[in-house]
Design a protein around this ligand. Structure first.
Ligand code: ADP
Ligand code: MG
Length: 393
C-alpha cells in the first residue's frame, strides 16, 4: 500500500478528525443495518487507545443542503455507542456559527460524532470555508470513508488539503484488496458482471478485459450483448444505443484471448413480476412478448464451473431480478459457487452486496466492499479523489 495510514503517524496527544461512512439505512428512527458502523470499529478502537480525542464526520442519505430530521445521524450515534461500548458526544450545533463551542465540547469527550455533514451546502460543493471549519477540529485527518472516496467533497478532499491526511484501516483494506485484484491477481482471474445496465458497467468491463482470463456476463445487461450477437431477446432489457459498443467489446475480448460467457438459457416472464407467465427457455428461444429476468439453470451451472478453479474473482452486479423470489436463483447459485472458490473473492456494488446478505453468504467472501459507487469507479480504473488526497508513504 502506497498511502500513509494511521499506523504511520504519532497519534499521542492529537485531536483526530475522521471521515467515516456511516450512511446506513434508518427505519422507524433506528439503524436497520449496522454493517457500515461495525466496519469502522477497528479504526475507532485503534484511535481510542492512542489519540487524545476523536471527531467523527459522516453523511447520511441525500438531504437537500439543510438540516432534515429524517437524515439525522442520531440513531447512528446511539448504535455506535453500543457497538463501541463508549459514550458518544453527538453534536447538532452548527459548525458555521458555533465552531468554538463544538471545539470545546470535543475536548471534553474522547469520541464525538458530528451531525450529518450534508446538512451544510458547502459539503457537496467542496467549499473551502466548510473544510476550514472542519480542519479547526483536528490536528490530523483520517479518511476511513471508502464509500465516499469517489466524491470530492469538503469532508473528503477539502479538509485533506488543510490537515496531514492518512488512511484508516477500512480504507486501507478496501484499497489493498481491490488494487491487488487489478494489479497482481492470482490466476485464473474471473470477473462476474451483471446488474441492470450496460451503460453502468461498460467502464468496468473495458478496464477488466486486459486483466482477466474470463468474463461472465449476466443480469439485464446480458441482453444487449445478445442482440449484438444477433440473438432474440423478446422484450428483455435492451439499450439500443449500446449494441455497437457491446459488439466492439466482445471483439476486443476475443482479440485479447479473454473468454466471455453469456447466458445459454433463461428464466422468462410475460411481465416484470412473479405473477406473469414464468418459464425456463433455452438458448435462442426467448419468445416474443416475454422478458428474461434471470439466468437459467444451465447457465448457472456453466458459470459455476467457470468459477470452480478461479483463484481471483471480482463480482459486480446480480444475475437477475433477485429482489423477486422467482428470479433470485441465478444470483443465489453464483453466490454459492463463489463461496466455494479457493482463492480471493471480492464483491462490490450495493445490490450485489444486499443479495449476498439475503443469501447469508457475505461472510463466505474474502472481501465485501462497503462502497457501491466507489468500488465501481475503482474497478473502472478511475482515480478516486478521496484516495488521491491521502498522503503517500
Ligand atoms: P450493483 O448495485 O450490485 O452494482 P446494479 O445496480 O447494476 O447492481 O443492478 C442491480 C439491479 O439489476 C437489480 O435491481 C436487479 O433487479 C436488476 N436486474 C438484474 N437482472 C435484470 C434483468 N434481467 N432485467 C431487469 N433488471 C435486472
Ligand atoms: Mg445498484
Amino acid at each position: 500500500m502506497t498511502k500513509r495510514t494511521i499506523e504511520d503517524v504519532d497519534l499521542r496527544g492529537k485531536r483526530v478528525l475522521v471521515r467515516v461512512d456511516l450512511n446506513t439505512p434508518i427505519e422507524n428512527g433506528a439503524v436497520a443495518d449496522d454493517t457500515r458502523i461495525r466496519a469502522i470499529l477497528p479504526t475507532l478502537r485503534y484511535l481510542i487507545a492512542r489519540a487524545k480525542s476523536i471527531i467523527l464526520v459522516s453523511h447520511l442519505g441525500r438531504p437537500k443542503d439543510a438540516p432534515d430530521p429524517q437524515y439525522s445521524l442520531k440513531p447512528v450515534a446511539e448504535c455506535l455507542s453500543e457497538l463501541a461500548r463508549t459514550p458518544i458526544n453527538f453534536r447538532t450545533d452548527s459548525l458555521t456559527d458555533n465552531i468554538e463551542a463544538v471545539k470545546k465540547s470535543c475536548e471534553k469527550f474522547k469520541v464525538t460524532l458530528l451531525e450529518n455533514i450534508r446538512f451544510y451546502p458547502g459539503e457537496t460543493k467542496n467549499d473551502p470555508a466548510l473544510a476550514a471549519k472542519l480542519a479547526q477540529l483536528g490536528d490530523i485527518f483520517v479518511n476511513d470513508a471508502f464509500g465516499a472516496a469517489h466524491r470530492a467533497h469538503a469532508s473528503t478532499v477539502g479538509v485533506a488539503q488543510k490537515l496531514p491526511t492518512v488512511a484508516g484501516f477500512l480504507m486501507k483494506k478496501e484499497i489493498e484488496f481491490l488494487s491487488r485484484a487489478l494489479e497482481n491477481p492470482d490466476r485464473p482471474f474471473v470477473a462476474v458482471l451483471g446488474g441492470a445496465k450496460v451503460s453502468d458497467k461498460i467502464g468496468v468491463i473495458q478496464n477488466l478485459i486486459p486483466k482477466v482470463d474470463t468474463i461472465i456476463i449476466g443480469g439485464g445487461m446480458a441482453y444487449t450483448f445478445m442482440v449484438a450477437q444477433g440473438k432474440p431477446i423478446g422484450k428483455s432489457l435492451l439499450e439500443t444505443d449500446k449494441i455497437d459498443l457491446s459488439r466492439q467489446t466482445l471483439e476486443q475480448a476475443k482479440k485479447k484471448g479473454v473468454k466471455v460467457l453469456l447466458p445459454i438459457d433463461h428464466v422468462v416472464s410475460s411481465e416484470f413480476s412473479e405473477k406473469g407467465d414464468v418459464k425456463i427457455v433455452g438458448e435462442n428461444a426467448i419468445p416474443e412478448g416475454y422478458m428474461a429476468l434471470d439466468i437459467g439453470p444451465k447457465t448457472a451451472d456453466l458459470y459455476a464451473k467457470a468459477l470452480a478453479d478461479a483463484k481471483t474473482v471480482v463480482w459486480n452486479g446480480p444475475m437477475g431480478v433477485f429482489e423477486m423470489e422467482k428470479f433470485a436463483e441465478g444470483t443465489h447459485k453464483i453466490a454459492q459457487a463463489m463461496a466455494k472458490v479457493k482463492g480471493v473473492t471480492i464483491v462490490g456494488g450495493g445490490d450485489s452486496v444486499s443479495a449476498l446478505e439475503r443469501f447469508k453468504l457475505a461472510d463466505k467472501m474474502t472481501h465485501v466492499s462497503t462502497g457501491g459507487g466507489a468500488s465501481l469507479e475503482f474497478l473502472e480504473g478511475k482515480k478516486l479523489p478521496g484516495i488521491e488526497a491521502i498522503a503517500n508513504k
